[in-house]
Design a protein around this ligand. Sequence first.
Ligand code: ADP
Length: 307
Amino acid sequence: MGNLILETRDLSKQYKSQWALNHVNLSLQQGKIYGLIGKNGAGKTTLMRMIAGLGFPTQGSILLFGTENRSGLEAAGKRIGSLIEAPGLVAGMSAKENMRLQCLMKGIPNYEIEEKLLELVGLKDAGKKKVKNFSLGMRQRLGIATTLIGNPDLLMLDEPINGLDPAGVIEIRNLVKKLSEYENKTILVSSHNLPELYQVATDFIIIHEGEIRQVLSHEELDDRCRSYLSLEAVNANQLTAVLEEKLRTRNFQVMPDNSIRLFDFLDERERLAQVLHENDVILTKIAVCGTSLEDYFMNVIGGNKNA
Ligand code: ADP
């Protein structure tokens, strides 16, 4: 178990009659990339805003780096970098000038940091080009560079790939991975697109209508979305025996209804059927099954909290 960076306890936020966050209990471990996935209006931005101290929770508490009291939270807040709304960049300035301004505003004027961060996000050579002439991807990367001033431990990026072209998406994805791998940052990154987050996150937090519906690791998600062959036979024991002895696989699960989930031979179904037939196994069903990431997500937010 890694170090705990952040914990929320029954965190709730009410806007007029609506609960944008409802008893959110989360723990974030150091060094992981958390994909916060939810449809528009699910509460992603509100959660990030509360953690960043940009708004007050109606109920509940946030423990940052193990501290909850106000002065402690302020110090802890400095260890958070966030890109929640559009980055506050000045369009008429270059990348370097924007970095200088942000460093001054944060009280950390330091040429070395500016250079290092621009290099880290791949904008070292952006030269005198003004931000108004940047691609959206370049702006996002510069925005991320500004969040890194002060060397925060926790980074929160709200929908950083929204509106980017495919090349821009890849740039941001690679940058997020780099920040995690080489800089050991803990990253909370939101999106409404699970397949997109799947490419970058180590863990997933599924939020819907202000509630956390599920938290799961990449491995667990893979497991739940794995494709398999669903097999049914007149004699299930005979089927499993042939799978093990003749087809040399144990990569299957026997389900309570005696059907079998086989995770091999997906591309060799003819051979599988033939060998089973040769060994007198009478199949009554053979079907390719599995859940796509999108289906899985829809299933979880569709109300089944244990999907
Ligand atoms: P997401 O980031 O997942 O799209 P938000 O956190 O922005 O979701 O919004 C969650 C819910 O809270 C939405 O229904 C939204 O309309 C509402 N909401 C967000 N901010 C405000 C606000 N300042 N005033 C009133 N309602 C808000």
